[in-house]
Design a protein around this ligand. Sequence first.
Ligand SMILES: NC(=O)C1=CN([C@@H]2O[C@H](COP(=O)(O)OP(=O)(O)OC[C@H]3O[C@@H](n4cnc5c(N)ncnc54)[C@H](OP(=O)(O)O)[C@@H]3O)[C@@H](O)[C@H]2O)C=CC1
Ligand SMILES: CC(=O)N[C@@H](CCC(=O)OP(=O)(O)O)C(=O)O
Length: 344
Amino acid sequence: MIKVGIVGGTGYTGVELLRLLAQHPEAHVEVITSRSEEGMRVPDMYPNLRGHYDDLAFSVPDVGRLGACDVVFFATPHGVAHSLAGELLATGTRIIDLSADFRLRDADEWSKWYGQAHGAPDLLDQAVYGLPEVNRDAIRQARLIAVPGCYPTATQLGLIPLLEAGLADTSTLIADCKSGVSGAGRGASVGSLLGESSESMKAYTVTGHRHLPEIRQGLQLAAKGPVGLTFVPHLTPMIRGIHATLYATVKDRSVDLQNLFSERYANEPFVDVLPKGSHPETRSVRGSNMCRIAVHRPQDGDLVVVLSVIDNLVKGASGQAVQNMNIALGLEETLGLAHPALMP
Ligand SMILES: NC(=O)C1=CN([C@@H]2O[C@H](COP(=O)(O)OP(=O)(O)OC[C@H]3O[C@@H](n4cnc5c(N)ncnc54)[C@H](OP(=O)(O)O)[C@@H]3O)[C@@H](O)[C@H]2O)C=CC1
Ligand SMILES: CC(=O)N[C@@H](CCC(=O)OP(=O)(O)O)C(=O)O
């Protein structure tokens, strides 16, 4: 059994890790931390987990106990993994960080977008960006994995086939993305109140969201050059889900895009390219680690519209984190993640 530690067990991504790992045949959660809920038993806080984790209680983060685990997930706000990663890596454990702490290659860029100094620039060289569809080989060797953000996962998976093939005009990419409110985390905030977020929809941070540099970094690697990207996130009245509508102008209309996408993801267990003409729904991935993609070229013009949907808490966070664990530890990649979505 793989011994698992989770730092930050009381947020949405922490409890989603618990839900997924409860079904994982090779993993056992040994430590789960919360400073505010120290001593509380997991099933007492999360009734959906009654019958699982009956002997597990939240404890304060302790490097000795976490370091005795084979893998430690960080499901914490940014900055926390910076402060503990160095000490933990020295114990020999692996770190899978769901926060943004190690996603950007450039520490100064990170400081600019996150509004604080980078707390562990010396570890950036060994951090691997955990998008398996791009970095699987590096993930196998990694000891420090940065799990991509939710918008970045949906957007990169939707645009990468066009960029890798050199088909898109890279100066005018557009990512028009919608998220459910769980993307904002479990902490109380006015914007997440039912009365504020239901029966309404709004764009936010149009001038620049902190996922912009992360998405751009990944797209530039795929395009092997600079990209111009406009990224507009929206908050929508649903709990889970990301819907990314992606626009790119193609240089060559003769290429069979359906074939391009199907071949690019033919061996990917968690990317499903839908038949021509499809419109994926967020509910078709709810609770699952799948990204469903459809590619369109309206009126046979040169503007391509890619539709990409994920569950922000699964492929956009905790499911992708478990997928990374499976790869890094040499397990079957789909272990504990093969269940279908909750809804059709
Ligand atoms: N929600 C989503 O859809 C997605 C979230 N993410 C990222 O995942 C991370 C977790 O997000 P989310 O699950 O929403 O929860 P929160 O960001 O609300 O994190 C809460 C958890 O972190 C713990 N925590 C907070 N501060 C510290 C600290 N200084 N030291 C140790 N533990 C701390 C909290 O427990 P306590 O304070 O009791 O110790 C709690 O368990 C964030 O970085 C988020 O950006 C990534 C992709 C998608
Ligand atoms: C709806 C909503 O508020 N979403 C969050 C993004 C999700 C998130 O938690 O960010 P990371 O993926 O970087 O961890 C936001 O826009 O800040």
